[in-house]
Design a protein around this ligand. Structure first.
Ligand SMILES: Nc1ncnc2c1ncn2[C@@H]1O[C@H](COP(=O)(O)OP(=O)(O)O)[C@@H](O)[C@H]1O
Ligand SMILES: [Mg+2]
Length: 413
């Protein structure tokens, strides 16, 4: 047993010590491994069961491991969507005293899907577009806080379902760098590299027959650049107008809220004679809807799931004629009278297939679908039962394994 093992972690779990650190990661026994889908990587990465959860272990050079750990810690602290670091282990030796590579440990991101898993399931044809939209949002958020990624790609991103869209999470920060602020040149370089990498990755998928023949890989790469630029300018552009048109201040804030951002600081300047006004958002924070839902109900969900749940809360409020009641009270009743019973109506063994908020979203979609088909308002309780029988039963378990055998989860290159 290696005796000079060194563990760096914010809150080390003693169970870490029980793992076979004196064995190269590639030879770890399947008894400690969790068979989960994994993306393409340069390094050896394995998912390991520990203390009832799953961690991702990556063998990587010592200094790079510390650097990536630090960056991931900073990103987690400012709540940018990324994997959460657990720690770094160095000083590994095998039974013969040979040095083994250091490891970086992160928490496995539950319900996350590498893009290859998304493509190998049969999904709607616009999946690629929705993944690109999610990646554009992540890239804008990273750039807003001064994070230069340096290797943006689909493989370095994880996706989680977020209502009808996806939310993207950064998984590989190895090449990243945190600056006080990025120059336009740095941003454009990151976006350009993203475009090149994505086109390459999609072409690979096409070569392996995972991609529909009509998908235009170049157009998808270009779409990322367009989406990114659109969102960046909506969030940061200066806007100038006549001082009589002051409603435009509120309109800009509303537009940002609609995009899912709160305005932390808005700079307003006027010219000397006061006839024109310039506004420019200086601090914007993502998560407008998820923060509002959290405040009202305590539910901590992703942005578009929150948007959907808030819409349902609004219709509940209208349907129960409680427009004049305190929002908090109505939200509490909606939570205990609508949301929770719906999620609980899903049989326990089916429930872990999707996150609760995602289940609720899909039940709402399903209700809309069958109501239209049957030409009547199907009640939620009936819709859940039909959803479970007709949709959910056939879905793979996305919390765990996606129904993939361990070999196909192994896509090391
Ligand atoms: N914490 C994690 N949760 C889920 N998947 C992970 C996690 N860490 C790594 N992975 C998976 O492993 C793959 C490789 O990890 P990555 O950090 O990109 O390694 P490399 O530096 O070798 O490219 C990722 O694409 C992802 O699919
Ligand atoms: Mg990577």
């Amino acid at each position: 047993m290696a005796h000079n093992l060194q563990i760096t972690a914010a809150s080390p779990d003693p169970a870490l010590l029980d793992l076979p650190w004196d064995v190269p990661l590639e030879q770890w026994p399947s008894s400690v491994l969790a068979a989960l889908p994994r993306g393409i990587s340069r390094h050896i990465v394995r998912f390991v069961k520990m203390s009832g959860g799953v961690i991702a272990v990556k063998e990587i050079g010592e200094s790079v491991a510390y650097r990536e750990y630090e960056l991931l810690r900073q990103l987690s602290r400012i709540s940018v969507p990324s994997v959460e670091p657990v720690g770094v282990i160095t000083g590994r030796q095998d039974a013969n005293g040979e040095r083994l590579e250091a490891v970086l440990i992160t928490k496995h991101l539950q319900f996350s899907l590498p893009y290859r898993s998304l493509f190998s399931q049969t999904l709607r044809p616009d999946t690629a577009t929705r993944l690109i939209d999610a990646l554009a949002v992540l890239l804008v958020r990273l750039h807003l806080i001064g994070f230069y990624w340096g290797d943006v790609s689909l493989s370095n991103t994880l996706f989680r379902r977020d209502a009808e869209t996806f939310a993207a999470y950064l998984v590989d920060a190895e090449t990243g760098d945190l600056h006080p602020q990025l120059t336009d040149g740095q941003r454009n370089y990151d976006v350009d590299l993203a475009r090149t990498n994505i086109i390459g990755e999609l072409m690979d998928l096409a070569a392996g027959d995972f991609l529909d023949e009509d998908v235009d890989t170049i157009a998808i790469g270009d779409a990322l650049v367009d989406r990114y630029n659109e969102l960046w300018s909506a969030l940061t552009d200066e806007e100038s107008f006549d001082s009589e048109d002051r409603w435009r201040v509120a309109a800009r804030i509303e537009r940002l809220n609609h995009l899912g951002f709160d305005v932390g600081e808005l700079e307003i300047t006027t010219d000397i004679d006061g006839t024109s006004v310039q506004i420019q958002p200086k601090v914007v924070d993502a998560g407008h809807h998820s923060r509002r839902l959290l405040r009202l109900t305590g539910l901590d969900v992703q942005e578009n799931q929150a948007r959907r749940l808030l819409n349902d809360l609004d219709s509940y409020r209208a349907a129960t004629d409680r427009q004049n009641d305190e929002e908090e009270f109505v939200a509490h009743d909606w939570l205990s009278g609508v949301f929770e019973p719906t999620v609980r109506a899903v049989p326990r063994d089916q429930r872990r297939k999707l996150e609760p908020a995602q289940l609720f979203h899909e039940v709402l979609d399903h209700r809309w679908f069958i109501s239209e088909k049957q030409g009547r308002d199907v009640p939620l309780s009936e819709a859940v039962a039909s959803y479970v029988d007709n949709v959910l039963r056939d879905r793979p378990d996305e919390m765990a394994i996606l129904g993939l055998p361990p070999e196909s989860a192994d896509q090391q290159e």
